[in-house]
Ligand binder design. Structure first.
Ligand SMILES: Cc1cc2nc3c(=O)[nH]c(=O)nc-3n(C[C@H](O)[C@H](O)[C@H](O)COP(=O)(O)OP(=O)(O)OC[C@H]3O[C@@H](n4cnc5c(N)ncnc54)[C@H](O)[C@@H]3O)c2cc1C
Length: 459
């Protein structure tokens, strides 16, 4: 038996890891050069407490969020994923109290533990607001590192990753999936999981199923490590229908981060930031917290939410035999992913009558250090960079990219944003991959660091 998972974002890798507990061949396909380079790369990284998802309007989301939050607690320990359990505060004034109470009631219905309304400044003296809905179970992770850790764990348990491999079609015979067609050839399969993020509607279309996923952009600002003050909780405004609002948080790397806004766009590849968007983010965040000046910003970025029509996740069996959806994974999709993975894997195991493996490994190798410091901002050693490159090759990363090292080590993510260490990392990538330095890329094909050897150009 063989299962294909389309998409190596957080959803796809969670499904694959759970499937790896069964006696079945699991193949994960992703068009990008590394795992987690879709929506999962650029988001707030919060493990939500789950008071915000209305269980009547969005029952799948509400259930998976609470279960996912619970599962992340052991997952971060098992796989050494950087995390913090800071707790979140939805902050408001006297006039917001009815809305905070509504969220409290909803959270209690969803089964969120320890929720309560508090005097905000008793927990966060600098917060701009009188009251807050306090959720101690909210936390944060580094999303790209989480995807890598879960993918590695899946690979240790036999899952095969096919990167830079785009699924272009799915063959269906007598109402059952039979094969997937990729740019690398055709693979016969017994089941397909559609975990294709923003492109899940295209993948559903390959088996004739209608689906609509619209991109909704969110922009962020990250401040320098010494810029503060930094909150010790995750601070939210009162949420709206469209989003949970612009958040102020000290992310797991220790930097102050604000964002995201929520603007509908047309282009599913457009992750550019705009001056207006970043001003909006700064303006909204400064209503919650005293922000450092804009010249303390070291980086801005944007992510695209895969918004499904109707707003709820699209999960499970479909009318095409062997075709399963794990789609429409808008926020809180990161939080929900482990629960989604477990649910889909057990559904597929039941349908294909799979047996559980007798032996299954929970952990993954810990990073190694050694050699001189390469990234001076985040104190990353050359030993750590070589270890990252070895892990890239273990997962089947074909194109050497500085970003693949960044997401495994945090090198280039500090104050200087790689001005000092990028070239050293590129040299190590060139050596380990056996390619000329100029062929090393920043983030996959098309972003090569150069165009050729100087001598070759002169000739
Ligand atoms: C701005 C923003 C903030 C957010 N904040 C939070 C948060 O704080 N907490 C939270 O819980 N959630 C949050 N989310 C939601 C969360 O990020 C997503 O739910 C989650 O990352 C979706 O993961 P995914 O695996 O479904 O999609 P992706 O990560 O996009 O993975 C899908 C993969 O499929 C691949 N693919 C697509 N089509 C094909 C094809 N034909 N062939 C091969 N590969 C293909 C893509 O390359 C991609 O890598 C946020 C989202 C955004 C955008």
């Amino acid at each position: 038996m063989r299962v294909a998972v389309v998409g190596a974002g957080i959803t796809g890798v969670c499904v694959a890891r759970e499937l790896s507990r069964y006696r079945v061949e699991v193949h994960v396909f992703d068009a990008k050069p590394d795992v987690g380079w879709g929506v999962s790369k650029a988001n707030t990284g919060l493990i939500h407490a789950c008071y915000d998802d209305d269980p009547e309007r969005f029952p799948v989301r509400a259930k998976a969020c609470v279960e996912g939050n619970r599962m992340w607690r052991s997952l971060v320990e098992e796989l050494s994923i950087p995390h913090s359990w800071d707790g979140s505060m939805v902050v408001g004034d006297e006039e917001d109290l009815p809305r905070l109470r509504e969220l409290l009631r909803r959270g209690i219905r969803n089964g969120v533990p320890e929720l309560r309304i508090v005097e905000a400044r008793k927990l966060e003296p600098l917060i701009k607001g009188e009251y807050a809905l306090y959720a101690p179970t909210a936390g944060q992770i580094s999303p790209p590192q989480a995807v890598i850790a879960i993918a590695e764990s899946a690979a240790i348990n036999g899952v095969r990753f096919h990167l830079e491999t785009e699924v272009k079609g799915i063959r269906v015979k007598s109402g059952e999936v039979e094969a997937i067609i990729t740019n690398e050839g055709e693979v016969r399969v017994d089941a397909v999981v559609n975990a294709a993020g923003l492109k899940a509607d295209e993948v559903a279309g390959m088996v004739g199923l209608p689906m609509e996923i619209r991109p909704r952009k969110g922009e962020y600002l990250i401040f320098d490590e010494d810029a503060g003050p930094k909150p010790s909780h995750i601070i939210f405004p009162v949420p709206s229908e469209r989003s949970k609002g612009v958040v102020v948080t000290t992310e797991v790397s220790g930097h102050l981060m604000v964002g995201p806004n929520a603007n509908d766009v047309q282009d599913k590849e457009d992750v550019s930031t705009t001056v207006e968007g970043l001003r909006e983010v700064y303006g909204k965040a400064s209503k919650l917290w005293p922000l450092p000046p804009m010249n303390k910003v070291i980086r801005s970025f944007a992510g695209l939410r895969p918004e499904p029509r109707g707003g709820d996740f699209i999960l499970g069996r479909t009318e095409v035999g062997g075709f399963y959806n794990a789609a429409g994974m808008r926020s809180p999709g990161l939080t929900a992913a482990p629960a989604v993975g477990k649910e889909l894997a057990s559904m597929i195991a039941e349908d294909l009558e799979l047996d559980r493996k007798l032996r299954w490994k929970a952990g993954r190798p810990l990073p190694v250090d050694g050699g001189g410091v390469v990234c001076r901002c985040n104190l990353v050693t050359s030993g750590r960079v070589r270890w990252a490159i070895e892990r890239m090759r273990f997962l089947g990363v074909k194109t050497p990219s500085v970003d693949s090292v960044k997401f495994r080590t945090s090198a280039t993510a500090g104050t200087c944003q790689g001005s000092f260490c990028r070239v050293h990392i590129a040299r190590m990538l060139a050596e380990e991959y056996g390619v000329p330095l100029w062929q090393v890329t920043l983030k996959g094909k098309g972003s090569e660091l150069g165009v050729g050897d100087v001598k070759a150009l002169v000739i």
